[in-house]
Design a protein around this ligand. Structure first.
Ligand code: ZN
Length: 277
């Protein structure tokens, strides 16, 4: 893939004339006010509240699913619920079968099977193999990143860490396509129950100059995991703000419009690992 991308890149340079010596991004940068919404852990409210609201607003989003909590049918989605989100046009992404923390090489060895189990369960309800991934517990490692690459995943979202300490209500880094590896896309915001509309505005204000804001949510509400709960009325305020201010709201897979996932970067986090513990 890399060789093909290079040839295409040269073609772009040829037609672009003497604009640049180095291979510039072949794709146009993201317009200002581009936001990616992501929802983790297959919480029931993703199907009952978030999906219908986003659809009404004309927004896209990615839902990252794991089987870990699904036996609790009251608070978490079934595979059928997930299939319905797919049918509504949303992206379904992989979040591993057991919500496996992936900060070590040893854990990375379990990742192929974890990916496969989710892919198989999705296939049974007619959902195609995901191309996006969210790192469980926001832990990542070089070894697991390579497994994702080999398994055909194109984009993977990590947390705000290590740039922002866990639990702090300050904006994280926006995704800069030239800087960050597509399998280590940072969260610009990781929604906690204490978030306010003012904080949300600070997070999404970073979507300028080709930088893309990526927001991580859990349940709306999240009854089983209250530490990552977002109150529905607050969430409605956030979404109304995006709509009123003319934001473009995308799924993680839509980054392919602005980023060639096979283009090399010098991401400072490549080759490193992170774990909250
Ligand atoms: Zn998770």
């Amino acid at each position: 893939m890399r060789a093909v991308a290079t040839i295409l890149g040269c073609g772009m340079l040829w037609t672009a004339g003497a604009v640049a010596q180095e291979a510039a991004p072949a794709l146009a940068p993201a317009p200002d006010k581009t936001v990616v919404l992501t929802f983790d852990d297959a919480v029931k409210s993703h199907r009952t509240f978030v999906g219908p609201l986003l659809k009404e607003l004309g927004f896209s989003a990615s839902f990252f699913v794991t089987q870990l909590w699904m036996e609790d049918k009251e608070n978490f989605m079934t595979w059928q619920d997930i299939a319905e989100l797919h049918q509504m046009g949303f992206e379904i992404g992989n979040h591993t079968w057991t919500h496996l923390g992936l900060s070590t090489a040893e854990r990375a060895k379990q990742l192929p099977e974890e990916l496969r189990q989710v892919e198989a369960a999705l296939a049974q309800v007619g959902v195609p193999k995901p191309i996006s991934f969210a790192w469980p517990g926001n832990a990542f490692s070089a070894e697991a990143r390579d497994v994702l690459k080999q398994a055909g995943y194109r984009f993977a979202r990590r947390g705000m860490q290590p740039e922002v300490p866990y639990g702090k209500i300050i904006p994280g880094p926006p995704y800069e396509p030239a800087k960050y590896d597509p399998l280590l896309v940072p969260s610009t915001g990781d929604a906690y129950p204490e978030w306010t509309l003012e904080h949300f505005k600070q997070v999404v204000a970073q979507a300028v100059g080709g930088k893309i804001v990526v927001v991580q949510f859990h349940g709306v509400p999240d009854i089983a995991h209250p530490w990552v709960h977002t109150p529905p009325e607050r969430f409605q305020e956030y979404m109304r703000y995006l709509k009123d201010e003319g934001f473009q709201v995308l799924a993680l897979r839509d980054l392919a419009r602005y980023v060639d996932p096979d283009r090399a970067t010098e991401d400072p986090h490549l080759g490193t690992s992170y774990s909250r513990k």
